[in-house]
Write a protein that binds this ligand. Sequence first.
Ligand code: CTP
Ligand code: CA
Length: 225
Amino acid sequence: LIVPPTLPALADKHIVITAGPTREALDPVRYLTNHSSGKMGYAIAAAAAKAGAKVTLISGPTVLPVPQGISVHKVESAAQMHQCVMAEMPTCDIFIATAAVADYRCAQVAEQKIKKNSDELTLTFVKNPDILKDVATLAEAPFTLGFAAETQDIEHYARQKMANKKLDMIAANDVSNADIGFNSDQNALLVLWQDGQEALPIASKDKLAEQLVTLLAKRFEEKQK
Ligand code: CTP
Ligand code: CA
């Protein structure tokens, strides 16, 4: 795949991208999170901006530098990410969900630091809102691209996620392969849409991001017809 400097289908389109992990507070000094580095989302944001789109990146905590020419909102929890994403939706043409959103948050965040005054500790968690699903089921939903982290039957589970969340596209990665994914600089993706698919073999996240944005532009253009 050769990526042209700009992709006409994306020119001046508003693309909103979520990236990184979320942090769910347990008490004033502790939180629950995951190993997402944010690298894939930041690389997609850079590729989309290079292609000519107006990019808004909504990022959980990461140590990554912000790519040039991109508007960034830093958030911590899934609830904050949800609120920030929804505020961008009135002007959004394309939504890309790369964030590893925590599926659960504490039912009740302790107001004071939890003391180690018992031998066992039980915390109750409640489900977070599904940001991607909430976007994709809006009355005037943008074009949606989701991600799926799977360890088995990748195509089957990813197609199921695409259907359940009513997505236009989904990019699946095999998180059982230690060489790629979460903290790695490399990744490989199986990109699926209603009537097609394309495998993007192992490559740097920057190169994959450009290939994925090129595929996205094609599908987006196709849907406008
Ligand atoms: N996602 C989201 N909000 C959530 C959970 C997930 O926006 N609360 C998005 C992710 O950014 C990703 C997609 O949904 O694009 C799939 O995330 P994944 O964790 O693979 O799937 P889940 O729907 O959370 O299901 P499960 O973790 O049980 O496989
Ligand atoms: Ca999940």
